[in-house]
Design a protein around this ligand. Structure first.
Ligand code: ARG
Ligand code: ZN
Length: 884
């Protein structure tokens, strides 16, 4: 909490530390009221960086009890305790500094540093939580070998964990148990972890490629012990995959995972002791949806992959966060693609990117993949750093090709093992291994904003040539008015009547490889470029940005007929899906205009026919079909509308009308598919079952939008389901399209049956938070009083309030402003409890410039927050930047 305006930190001000900490010894005495932490820091002056004998350690909410230098009590004239610092003067070049600090994990609601979750102690140190444990150089470029001793009551805390290997266990005279953990790998403080609790575990093992045996353990509360198998299987698959695809072998004899209920993010890659939000590791058919199973697999992989991309090679400073996160998201996406359907995975990722990251990149918090400044680093764990960062790595992969990319990755890991480095180091390794010049490509790291590609074409019938002219631009973002051109790989093909055409660029030698000459990657690197294709028998339809080869907005004036042709005939699965989306956007936008003019909705028969044809297409993977039949989301439609133009009600009404029209027009086919796809076998999270359930849910949604028969099917589905995926799909449909009498009983029954399962309750909260009816706000307020709700638990807050603000556009944007008020009140309260969550929750209000007729109301809620006393740095940064 800060009273004055917190300061801004700049990348350009980076300085190496003036001391290093070669070894760090920590001793914890965990108590029910307070915890005593004794540190022994083996300091060495970093002579590369001048000769100062002054050292400023970070420390927050600490009570300094004792301090010693080389064994002697340190004279008070030699140190000064500040608000968030401990300043030391006249330090020798090499010394042992020891501090005893008192902390109160039981009162720590920020969930950073050492805190309590239910009955256990746990830690979250990334990014700057370690300073809440003891005074330290809490920055990633200070890497140290940690030895950790923990004393605790063995009855309450039979399990005592930290990083590395367990070296000793003993019983102390005072009745406490003592354990000693040693991690041989030097690491920054953000990767430190400690867990103490009464936990059960499952155990397995993995033999690495060089034949070493690794013990794998997942620790959970006893009640959850049956929910760990999927995570364990995912872990083993990840370990094997990283050996095979990236040549990365695990490096210790033990790998632990712990599940905790109260957690700010998804999970954390602490060295050999990953800590997970329960929602990202536990799996059970009655608490975890199909999507949840897939998410667990992806997050287990993500955290495991960090062992190399993050831990062995870490970040020099937090501006380089995407170095580890962008690369690791790329790695986990590749893993998921290999485990399931590559195209479906790509579609899911692009959907998130376009509906949420593009909005972030167009809003007041827009920042480059490598930001240049921040007030609170927690605000920069963003879709831009993670997801766009992964897209940047993916483009390097596309530019270099798989072999050279792998060589670059190998060089990066070999050269920087044990170091804290920068995004530039990553790019340099990629360049050196491949010989490619990524000079201009680096603009992707330094420039914010989503580039816009405008494409026009010209067909010359006599010459049989076809020209594509591509121009690029990028809108201004905060602090960056003018942008230099990006290097944009545009993967493409040309579609003719009988399929994809052979590509021959003017002025280039014909491709001798006749196998794959229908696919090409155009390098767009100038403000405007023309590419001419020759030898074409007919005017083609361009298939552009295949596989979403760059994170850009692409504009081409397709006719609806062209879109239908791409949808059914292109070789690229992503383009097929994207064409369906574009068609959906165009049809919904048209209906929106009709309704606004007071006319009846007239859905283009072409679209209805296209949906009908898709439903008959038995060759298509049902998971892909489900994606192709899913209309663009309301958030995506609002994003496309642009500043000042998003009419939430209009979008909702139009989208619902299109749903209903498809539901009526295709009723028979939908009912047939719905019946055919019923899974008879016992629930399993297999690709085949998941695909069937997802397409069924899409069918059910259309049928319910179209009327009562769909609601009846939903009711029957709810009653018959043996899993939460189908229960929730039914509840969602009933509560979106039905009236109170349709959803009230099943909603109550769900809680009666599953009220004892926290993760199921969270989803029950989320379904209710997204209901479109007029009672929504009162319902959310009422649920905030529910005994199962807890403002201190981030999962609950996200499920109820986060879902309301992010996934209930109709009610969040109510004309009377009551939705905005609700969010502001919760953020105000959370500001002092958990600033990180408060600030994240706030995101929907920052998009105030988008909403037609709502900007003033949204803005004034932000102003109320801005005027609050005791505003956290987290909330201050988001509010003040949004109001600029
Ligand atoms: N490094 C973690 C991950 O991406 C995320 C932890 C972020 N925590 C935070 N408090 N900002 O796997
Ligand atoms: Zn990560």
């Amino acid at each position: 909490m800060r009273d004055a305006n917190p300061g801004t930190i700049y990348l350009k001000d980076y300085q190496a530390p003036n001391y290093l900490i070669n070894r760090t010894e920590l001793h914890f005495v965990l108590g029910e009221e307070e915890t005593l932490v004794t540190s022994r820091l083996h300091l060495l002056r970093n002579t590369e960086n001048g000769d100062s004998s002054e050292l400023i350690l970070d420390g927050q909410d600490l009570e300094l009890v004792e301090i010693y230098l080389d064994g002697d009590v340190l004279d008070p004239s030699c140190y000064e305790v500040g608000e968030a610092t401990l300043l030391l003067r006249d330090l020798p070049e090499q010394c042992l500094l020891s501090c005893v600090t008192r902390i109160r994990p039981q009162l720590n609601t920020s969930l950073e540093g050492l805190y309590r979750s239910q009955t256990m102690f746990c830690t979250q140190c990334e990014a700057e939580g370690f300073r809440k444990i003891t005074y330290y150089l809490d920055r990633p470029d200070v890497m140290s070998v940690f030895t950790v001793t923990i004393d605790a009551d063995a009855d309450r805390y039979p399990v005592l964990l930290s990083n590395g290997n367990l070296e000793e266990t003993s019983l102390l005279a005072n009745g406490l148990t003592r354990v000693l953990w040693h991690d041989p790998f030097p690491k920054p403080s953000y990767l430190f972890a400690l867990v103490a609790g009464d936990l059960e575990h499952i155990e397995d093992s993995f033999t690495t490629c060089s034949g070493r045996e690794v013990a794998l353990r997942i620790y959970v509360e006893e009640k959850d012990i049956d929910k760990c198998d999927h995570a364990m299987d995912s872990l083993k698959r990840s370990m094997r995959w990283d050996e095979e695809v990236f040549g990365r072998e695990y490096d210790l004899d033990i790998f632990n995972v712990v599940a905790v209920d109260d957690f700010n993010m998804g999970a954390m890659e602490n060295k050999s002791l990953n800590i997970f939000n329960t929602s990202c590791v536990l799996c059970d058919p009655n608490t975890t949806t199909d999507v949840g199973y897939q998410r667990v697999e992806a997050i287990v992989a993500h955290e495991y992959f960090h062992n190399w991309s993050g831990n062995r090679v870490t970040c020099r400073d937090w501006f380089q966060l995407s170095l580890k996160e962008g690369f690791t998201v790329f790695r986990d996406a590749e893993f998921s693609s290999d485990m399931g359907s590559r195209t479906v995975k790509r579609v899911e990722d692009v959907t998130l990117l376009r509906s949420a990251q593009f909005a972030e990149d167009a809003g007041p918090m827009a920042h480059p993949v490598r930001p240049e400044s921040y007030i609170e680093i927690n605000n920069f764990y963003t879709l831009t750093v993670y997801e766009k960062g992964a897209e940047v790595v993916r483009m390097i992969h596309t530019l270099l090709g798989p072999q050279a990319f792998r060589a670059g990755s190998d060089l990066y890991f070999a050269r920087h093992d044990g170091q804290a480095v920068t995004c530039e180091d990553f790019v340099l390794a990629m360049e050196e291994a491949s010989g490619a010049d990524l000079g201009q490509f680096r603009n992707w790291y330094s420039q914010a904003g989503t580039p816009r590609l405008t494409v026009t074409d010209a067909w010359n019938k006599e010459a049989g040539s076809y020209a594509l002219t591509i121009s690029q631009s990028c809108p201004a973002t905060p602090g960056q008015d003018d942008k230099k051109p990006f290097v944009i790989p545009v993967a493409m093909g040309l579609l003719g009547d009988a399929g994809n055409l052979r590509l021959q660029l003017q002025g280039e030698a014909p491709d001798p490889d006749t196998e794959d000459n229908t696919h090409m990657v155009l390098m767009v690197d100038k403000p405007e470029q023309t590419f001419v294709f020759e030898g074409l028998p007919e005017k083609p339809v361009p298939s552009l940005l295949r596989g979403f080869s760059a994170p850009v907005r692409l504009e081409f004036d397709y006719s609806r007929n062209d879109l239908c042709r791409l949808m059914s005939g292109d070789d690229d699965g992503f383009v097929r899906w994207d064409s369906a989306q574009s068609l959906g956007v165009s049809v919904i936008t048209e209906v929106q205009a009709q309704l606004l003019a007071g006319d009846e909705a007239q859905v283009d028969p072409l679209f209805l026919e296209a949906c009908g044809a898709l439903l008959q297409d038995d060759a298509l993977d049902p998971a892909m079909l489900a994606e192709m039949l899913s209309l663009p989301s309301e958030n995506y439609l609002a994003e496309l509308a642009g500043e000042g133009a998003a009419d939430v009600q209009g979008i909702y009404r139009a989208r619902t009308a299109v749903l209903a029209a498809v539901g009526s027009h295709c009723r028979e086919a939908l009912e047939q598919r719905y019946a055919q796809l019923a899974v008879e076998a016992k629930y399993a999270a297999t690709g085949e079952q998941i695909a069937a359930r997802s397409l069924r849910a899409v069918c059910l949604n259309y049928l319910a939008a179209a009327g009562a028969s769909g609601l009846a099917l939903a009711n029957a589905q709810f009653a018959a389901a043996d899993n939460i995926t189908e229960r929730l799909a039914a509840l969602r449909v009933l509560s979106q399209f039905g009236s109170r009498s349709d959803w009230e009983a099943p909603m109550a029954k769900f809680y009666d049956d599953w009220g004892h399962e926290t993760l199921a309750v969270n989803q029950w909260l989320a379904v209710q938070a997204s209901m479109p009816d007029d009672g929504a706000i009162a319902r959310v307020r009422h649920l905030m009083e529910h005994p199962d709700f807890d403002l201190r638990n981030p999962n609950k807050v996200r499920s109820l309030v986060g879902t309301f603000a992010g996934q209930n556009p109709l009610n969040f944007h109510r004309e009377d402003g009551s939705g905005y008020r609700l969010l502001r009140q919760v953020v105000a309260e959370l500001n002092s409890i958990n600033p990180q969550i408060a600030s994240r929750l706030l995101a929907p209000l920052t998009k105030w410039r988008y909403y037609q007729g709502r900007a003033e109301q949204m803005r004034s809620e932000l102003e109320l927050l801005a005027s609050m006393d005791g505003l956290s740095a987290d909330v201050f940064e988001v509010v003040s930047k949004s109001l600029k």
